[in-house]
Structures are given as structure tokens and as C-alpha cells.
Design a binder for this molecule. Structure first.
Ligand code: FEO
Ligand code: CA
Ligand code: CA
Length: 620
């Protein structure tokens, strides 16, 4: 048992304490029997057996990496262990926006290196812990929508707080440091900067009024004292990855929402709360100062979080919409593509040990210029089953398949996924679809519990105590994202070939020169290269020796080759990636840096940085 205060745990350490996965599920037992019968992966997994399973190349030449030069256009960099950013020779970087930077002139100069952001300016500045982001062009303006995932209370609150808010004002300050920023940016003499006081600039926080649509909107599970109709939730929280709709709106994804709720008195400990890791002790004590977060006062409030929320970045007066049809879980990101017949498909991961991958398929179809009504509120939610023969299927979550009501399927999607026998995954993080081929990739970041009771290895998640992670990819049948069948392989199994000569050394496109752990953020550039961001162990010791700080790499889907492009300050993860409209500048998120980065003094500041080629050429 971890004896640290909850506020000092990482989100996955907090998950470890809560451990909402049921001890077993029927499908796990089926897989275990199948694996035992076949004999593969049984006992100690060897590199040879992994190669036998994954090297057969159902999807082509994924693992012939080192034999070919991918022509990435830069010289890969080595590892670093310092408190700085490194990019290849011929590239440059500078901060675009830091935690506490003003979006409006009335907040300029309010950030202090000693005390951070004052309460009065806390919804007028860029929030903390930047994460997913997307670029939009509108009427000649360039807009960025950016998530601020969570807060570090020890950085935001006075030193004597010991990381816990002491009053309602401190709770408000922490809440305002999260959420979403919409801001205009412009390319000036020094590069891209925030346009202060742009009419597009906007902060969306825990307090922003929203609406809700889809089958679970207005259900009894959504009704609270403040909103008896269950249609008008407040706020979005723990905004992790992002998505962009085909019609130019922003999707923000609510991930670790569970930790914000606690109880000051008795409450009913339902199966639904348990499966989502929601209990009486909140991480940040919000429940002590705001009844909305208190399960003993508002038992349904947690049901109003954990959704995909759509924001129109071009209209600062617009009301964000929570789309219940896309299911409720710890949403990482939302990758929207289109089925062959024009239906909308959204791929989504649930980032927790042993949870599932999902996709939503609309009933309606869409083409450029057509109305978008109903596209994200009327459709079917599916969950992924990965068979050990490298086929898979998307299992529809319906009252018939799950025995659950339509509302319960959406509010308790995890339980619906278990009911149909979805495959337990090693923490699904970002999903990215290849723009040049009908295929998609999901970063399975790591899973310390793989191999424990209730979570046996399966072919897509083949290593016990998986500290390194892997990236799975799938190709839909008939080259149609609307199909329910697919084939799959592992694009890469991360590992350390300097420490292990078995499966923990990684797949054969992992070398001493490019090794990494815990893939997390992912995005394709327009040239069909896969950019991979890590959120892993940056101790550079033991199993992680030689991996250095967290990094951004780029992978060639055709050859499997992977090259290191960027490293970030020790302590930081790299998360969030988008480009300027002309694709000459990448905007890259640097979350929870250590040291005093980037200012060199005072507090560490989570930031988005611009990265560009010195010769001005496009690279994304
Ligand atoms: Fe917010 Fe799963 O990363
Ligand atoms: Ca992530
Ligand atoms: Ca992560």
C-alpha cells in the first residue's frame, strides 16, 4: 500500500490504489484457456516466441525496420537526462505559451515566479499541465484549442498547504487551472505567439455551463439538485487527449474524473462507482468545500463526467455539448474518421489497467457542408475484442448483447464491455488513424498488473508486468472503418535491448539508439508518419537505463523504423501535438516538467513549445 498522500500520487498510482477492475471476467478465462492450449506465450515469454507470433506479418513489413532507411529528414538525437529540450540539428524551438501566461491584458503580469497564479486571474490565463490540442483556421484567424489536464496543488497553492486546498477559494483556483483554453495565435517576427485579448480567447473550466445530448441525457442517473432535468451539467475536468471533428469543432476528453469526488458523509457504494474507482476519499478534498463533488450530497454528479465534450472554438459564446452516445470512461482521445458509406467513426481508449478500446459509429452519414445534427448523439458504441490469431471484432454494446438498458450501457460502458467479453488492454492511450491508409494505431502505455489474477496475458497484451508498453494497429475489413471485423499486429513492442534479450528487449524495430518506454500521445503528420510521445519512467536506471528523459519519436508505418526527434526536461511527459496551418511549425506539449523549466528560476511551468526547421521547410 502506498502511504503517500493521494495528492502526490500520479494518476496511474492513484488507479493502483483504487483498482476498480473486477477480479475476473469470463473472457479473460477463455483467453487463458486458449493460450494454455496453444502453448504460446506460456511461462516466460521469449523474444523468439514473440517474433513467431508477431513477425508473421499479416499486415506486411512492419518489423523489417533496421534494414531500411526511412528518410525522416533529420538526424535522430541521443538521449538526454537534463532539464532542457533537445531537437535535431537544423531545428529550433521556443515556448509558445506557459502555465500562467495571460490570455487577456487584464491578467498580464499577474503570474509570479514565487507564488504562481492569483485567484483573480486564474480563468484569464493559460492553465496548467497542457495536454491534447488541435489547430483551427477560421476567417483568416488561427486558433488553438488546448487541454489543461490536471493541477499540481503543491505548485499552485501556498507552501503551507501541503498540497491540499484549505478553503473554497483554493479549490476554485485549482479548478480554474484545468479545463480547456481556446486562444488565437499569430506568426510574428519572433514566431508564433498568443494574440492577447483576441475575441476568440476563452477559458472553459469546471464551472462552464454545458448541455448534454444522446440517449443518457436527462436520465435519472444524470439528475442532481442543481439540475433536476439532468440536461445541463457544469464543466469539464481532467481534459486529457483531444480530437477534431471533420466539421471543425474540438473534442476534449475527460479522463481521470474519478479522483475529484469524495464524501463528507454516508453515501451508497454502488457497483457503478466502484467500477470507475470513485470512493469516499477524493484526491484534492474538493468535496469538503463544494457539495457538487460530495457523493453524500450529489451521488449522480460523477455520472456527468467522463464524457467526450464538443466545443466550437470559433464561437466564444457557444455552449459545449457532452455527447453521451460516445460512452463514459476515462477517455484518452477521440480519433474521428469516416466509414466508406459516410458514417462517422470515433475511436477511443479507456486509460486504465485492463480496460477497453471502443469505437462509436453514427447512424447518419455526413459529407462536407451537410448538417451535423445527430452525428454524435445517434449511433452505436462498440468495444474491441482482439483474438489471438490476429483477427478481431468490434462488439456492439446494445441492450440485447449486454442485458443493460441503453442509458446504463453509456453511463457504465466499462460494465457493458465486460458483459460482452471485450479484451482487457494495457492502458489504451491515444489512437491515431493513418491518413494514407485505412488503419489505426493505439498506444498501450504499460500495465504493471498484466499477468495478475483477472488480467492474464493475451496476444495483443503479451507481456506480464508490462513496464514498457506497445503500439497495436488494426486494419478494418474491406478497408472500411465502419466494418466490425479487423486484422491486427503490434507495430512496436517497446523494451530495453540493452537489459533484456527476451520480449522485454522489445520488437526488432527497437534498438539501443531509439529505445523508449510508455508510448502515450500519438498523431500522424500529413505525410503519413506516426509521431509517438512518451509518458514513462525517466529515471534512466535499471530497466529504464539508456532511455533518458521522455521523448517524441517518429515512426514509419511502412518500414517500422522509429527515430528519436525530441527530448523534454526531466520530470516532464510529452503530450499533445498539432501543427501550424502551413505545417512548418509543430506545437508540442510539455507537461509537468521538473527543475525550473523553462524560465530557469522559480516554479516549473508546463508549456506548449513551437518547433520548426531553421530553413523554414514544412515537416509535418
Ligand atoms: Fe491523460 Fe492517459 O493520459
Ligand atoms: Ca496521456
Ligand atoms: Ca500516460
Amino acid at each position: 500500500m502506498d502511504t503517500r498522500k493521494t495528492v502526490d500520487l500520479s494518476w496511474d498510482e492513484f488507479d493502483e490504489v483504487r483498482d476498480p477492475r473486477p477480479a475476473t471476467n469470463d473472457f479473460d478465462a477463455v483467453v487463458e484457456r486458449a493460450i494454455s492450449r496453444r502453448g504460446f506465450l506460456g511461462g516466460a515469454l521469449t523474444f523468439g516466441s514473440a517474433a513467431a507470433v508477431f513477425g508473421s506479418g499479416v499486415l506486411g513489413s512492419a518489423t523489417s525496420a533496421r534494414a531500411q532507411a526511412a528518410g525522416f529528414g533529420f538526424t535522430p538525437i541521443g538521449i538526454h537526462t537534463d532539464f532542457d529540450i533537445h531537437v535535431p540539428e537544423g531545428y529550433e524551438w521556443r515556448p509558445l505559451v506557459r502555465w500562467g501566461d495571460a490570455l487577456f491584458s487584464d491578467a498580464e503580469g499577474t503570474y509570479s515566479a514565487e507564488t504562481g497564479v492569483p485567484l483573480a486571474a486564474s480563468d484569464r490565463v493559460f492553465g496548467e499541465n497542457t495536454d491534447g490540442m488541435e489547430t483551427f483556421e477560421h476567417d483568416g484567424h488561427v486558433l488553438l484549442a488546448i487541454n489543461s489536464e490536471y493541477v499540481n496543488p503543491r505548485i499552485n497553492l501556498p507552501a503551507d498547504s501541503e498540497g491540499m486546498p484549505k478553503n473554497a477559494d483554493e479549490v476554485t483556483l485549482l479548478k480554474n487551472m484545468q479545463g480547456v483554453t481556446v486562444m488565437e495565435i499569430a506568426n510574428g517576427a519572433n514566431g508564433w505567439d498568443v494574440v492577447i485579448d483576441s475575441p476568440y480567447n476563452r477559458r472553459i473550466t469546471h464551472e462552464t455551463q454545458m448541455t448534454m445530448d444522446g440517449p443518457a441525457a436527462g436520465s435519472a442517473l444524470m439528475q442532481t439538485n442543481a439540475d433536476p432535468e439532468g440536461m445541463s451539467p457544469k464543466g469539464t475536468m481532467n481534459n486529457c487527449g483531444s480530437g477534431k471533428t471533420l466539421w471543425g469543432t474540438y473534442l476534449t476528453c475527460e479522463e481521470n474524473f474519478n479522483g475529484y469526488f469524495g464524501a463528507t458523509g454516508a453515501y451508497e457504494e454502488t457497483d457503478g462507482l466502484a467500477r470507475y474507482g470513485i470512493g469516499g476519499e477524493g484526491r484534492y478534498a474538493y468535496e469538503k468545500f463544494d457539495t457538487r463533488y460530495d457523493l453524500s450530497a450529489e451521488p449522480n454528479e460523477p455520472h456527468r463526467h467522463g464524457w467526450i465534450t464538443e466545443i466550437d472554438p470559433t464561437d466564444p459564446e457557444s455552449t459545449p455539448v457532452k455527447h453521451t452516445a460516445l460512452g463514459r470512461f476515462k477517455h484518452e482521445n477521440a480519433e474521428m474518421v469516416q466509414a466508406a458509406d459516410g458514417r462517422i467513426v470515433v475511436y477511443m481508449g479507456d486509460d486504465e489497467r485492463g480496460e477497453f478500446m471502443y469505437k462509436y459509429v453514427s447512424n447518419g452519414t455526413w459529407s462536407e457542408g451537410q448538417p451535423t445534427d445527430g452525428l454524435l448523439s445517434d449511433g452505436t458504441l462498440y468495444v474491441a475484442k482482439f483474438n489471438d490469431d490476429q483477427t478481431g471484432e468490434w462488439l456492439a454494446l446494445t441492450p440485447e448483447t449486454t442485458g443493460m438498458s441503453a442509458e446504463d450501457i453509456l453511463v457504465f460502458s466499462r460494465m457493458a464491455g465486460s458483459a460482452v467479453g471485450a479484451t482487457t488492454m494495457d492502458r489504451p492511450e491515444w489512437i491515431a488513424a493513418n491518413p494514407l491508409r485505412v488503419e489505426a494505431y493505439c498506444a498501450l502505455t504499460n500495465n504493471s498488473r498484466r499477468g495478475n489474477e483477472g488480467m492474464p496475458v493475451n496476444a495483443a497484451n503479451p507481456r506480464e508486468t508490462n513496464d514498457y508498453g506497445q503500439i497495436v494497429r488494426w486494419r478494418p475489413e474491406g478497408e472500411d472503418h465502419g466494418a466490425t471485423g479487423f486484422s491486427w499486429d503490434l507495430y512496436v513492442m517497446a523494451g530495453n535491448p540493452e537489459v533484456y534479450d527476451n520480449a522485454y528487449g522489445g520488437s526488432d524495430n527497437v534498438t539501443a539508439g531509439n529505445m523508449f518506454n510508455s508510448p502515450d500521445g500519438m498523431a500522424f503528420s500529413s505525410d503519413g508518419l506516426l509521431w509517438i510521445q512518451t509518458d514513462g519512467d525517466d529515471s534512466n536506471e535499471g530497466d529504464f537505463a539508456g532511455m533518458g528523459n521522455n521523448q517524441m519519436l517518429v515512426g514509419n508505418p511502412e518500414t517500422g523504423e522509429i527515430a528519436r526527434f525530441m527530448t523534454v526536461p526531466n520530470g516532464a511527459e510529452v503530450t499533445g501535438l498539432t501543427w501550424s496551418p502551413d505545417r512548418t511549425v509543430a506545437f508540442v506539449g510539455v507537461q509537468h516538467p521538473g527543475g525550473a523549466w523553462p524560465d530557469g528560476e522559480g516554479k516549473p511551468r508546463s508549456s506548449v513549445v513551437s518547433v520548426w526547421r531553421a530553413d523554414g521547410a514544412a515537416f509535418g
